[in-house]
Design a protein around this ligand. Structure first.
Ligand code: 5GP
Length: 209
């Protein structure tokens, strides 16, 4: 429980197909709220040059990851583009207990697992405006060859079907507008009456009038 807010931390789970702009939008959200923390996942993929272990991911080997699965240390995990990614239970439990709001940038398979056990979580899906624009964005990165782009586009079709069960859909056609919508979602969710009932208690307590 957070002493200032007197409530449990909220899980904000964000998914999107590759190329929809999720990473940049998540970074903007973290920069916009000093009290919103990014969950750091475990991942078996190679660290990129720009990344730091313990900051971008906890980079780990497949054997250690399998042990974490066997010991039920993960709240969710999935294989994405041939690598394993997962969120540790400890990360979620610590944040919930301390009243810290967490932002999870995870794929649809992992989000679906969390939806079962964390029904109070807020599930947000970021959509590209259309497939032509998605293909243009994937190509303009200049990092992937044609086959990889085609595979990512195919995956995107399957992921977008999943978007239906999310609580919020945000179309990233205009970056500023998508950013403002995400900020509005976080702000509104924090004001939900079921999370702010303690504020009423204060105002209705005897002797406080
Ligand atoms: P990247 O390797 O490009 O950083 O991430 C690839 C994909 O893995 C992204 O869609 C990202 O959201 C997803 N991902 C990152 N961390 C996790 C995690 O802990 N669990 C799951 N299920 N997916 C993750």
């Amino acid at each position: 429980m957070n002493n200032e807010t007197s409530r449990e931390g909220i899980l904000f789970v964000v998914s999107a197909p590759s190329g929809a702009g999720k990473t940049t939008l998540c970074r903007e959200l973290i920069d916009s709220f000093s009290d919103l923390r990014q969950s750091i996942s475990f991942a078996t993929r190679q660290k990129r040059e720009s990344e730091q272990d313990g900051i971008d991911y906890h980079f780990t080997d497949p054997e250690t990851f399998q042990t974490m699965i066997a010991q039920q240390q993960l709240a969710e995990w999935a294989e994405v583009h041939g690598n394993l990614y997962g969120t540790s239970l400890e990360t979620l439990n610590t944040a919930a207990g301390e009243g810290i709001d967490l932002l999870l940038d995870i794929d649809c398979q992992g989000a679906a697992q969390l939806k079962k056990n964390y029904q109070q979580g807020v599930f947000i899906f970021i959509l590209p405006p259309d497939y032509t624009e998605l293909e243009r964005r994937l190509s303009s990165r200049g990092t992937d060859d044609k086959n990889v782009i085609q595979r990512r586009l195919k995956n995107a079709e399957q992921e977008i079907v999943q978007a239906r069960w999310y609580d919020y859909l945000v179309i990233n056609d205009d970056f500023q507008s998508a950013r403002e919508k995400l900020i509005a979602i976080v702000t509104a969710e924090r004001c939900r009456s079921r999370r702010t009932a303690h504020l009423l208690d204060k105002l209705t307590a005897k002797g406080d009038k």
